[in-house]
Write a protein that binds this ligand. Structure first.
Ligand SMILES: Cc1cc2nc3c(=O)[nH]c(=O)nc-3n(C[C@H](O)[C@H](O)[C@H](O)COP(=O)(O)O)c2cc1C
Length: 202
């Protein structure tokens, strides 16, 4: 698929049919994810791949706000055969930038105007979303409630210095069903409204 077509077609998909995802496609998503840029080439990311029904069910049990309350969102998202959780490590960046060529040995967090660890992992997540489209699949990036981080970490043996920036469901899309999410209520802002050429005002 042409790159511009991949970009244009990508929308979050929140319900999937019962076809499995080819493991080779998941591998390709991860191969693409690690091509993302990262500050200082720190690569302070990690990806937890859950591709069996049992593991995916454990994911929802650990992370859903209230797994016993069925919402149409949760019902749709649970149909995904694969969940990939991208995690970021602040420590990896503090370690990397304390090396000789960077020299930030004080490990002062005020040096970081924005959290590059989350930015870089987010860029990797976008490559996963785009690869899904390129492979004819659907995917959705969504947040894990902060009060579920503990049960998520405990359930999957995730170390404290890795934070899930969200999670991604992957599967064969069911067109135009399930929760549409915010785009059902909002429209995309046009380029001219969000772009400021030469100066912000005017
Ligand atoms: C950081 C981030 C968090 C998001 N969290 C959720 C979420 O918790 N649940 C959900 O259904 N969609 C979530 N989304 C998807 C957005 O709702 C969606 O990207 C936006 O409405 C634009 O729609 P589109 O991606 O289909 O073009 C999230 C997207 C991002 C980038």
């Amino acid at each position: 698929m042409e790159f511009r077509e991949v970009v244009r077609r990508r929308r979050m998909v929140r319900r999937y049919d019962d076809r499995p995802v080819d493991p080779a496609v998941v591998d390709r998503m991860l191969e693409h994810a690690i091509r993302a840029p990262s500050a200082g080439f720190s690569q302070g990311w990690g990806f937890l791949v859950l591709d069996s029904r049992a593991d995916v069910d454990r994911f929802w049990a650990a992370t859903a706000q209230d797994p016993d309350t069925t919402s149409s969102w949760l019902e749709g998202m649970r149909t995904a055969p694969v969940v990939i959780v991208p995690l970021s490590s602040k420590r990896a960046y503090l370690d990397r930038y304390a090396e000789d060529d960077k020299g930030w040995t004080d490990r002062d967090e005020n040096r970081w105007p924005v959290p590059y660890w989350d930015i870089d992992t987010g860029m990797a997540a976008l490559l996963i979303l785009q690869t899904a489209v390129d492979e004819g699949l659907g995917a959705c990036f969504f947040g894990i409630p902060p009060d579920r981080f503990g049960s998520f970490r405990a359930g999957f043996g995730v170390p404290d210095d890795y934070t899930p920036i969200g999670a991604i469901t992957v599967g064969h899309r069911v067109p135009d069903t399930g929760t549409r999410g915010s785009p059902g209520r909002r429209t995309r802002k046009p380029v001219d409204e969000v772009t400021h050429r030469g100066t912000w005002r005017g």
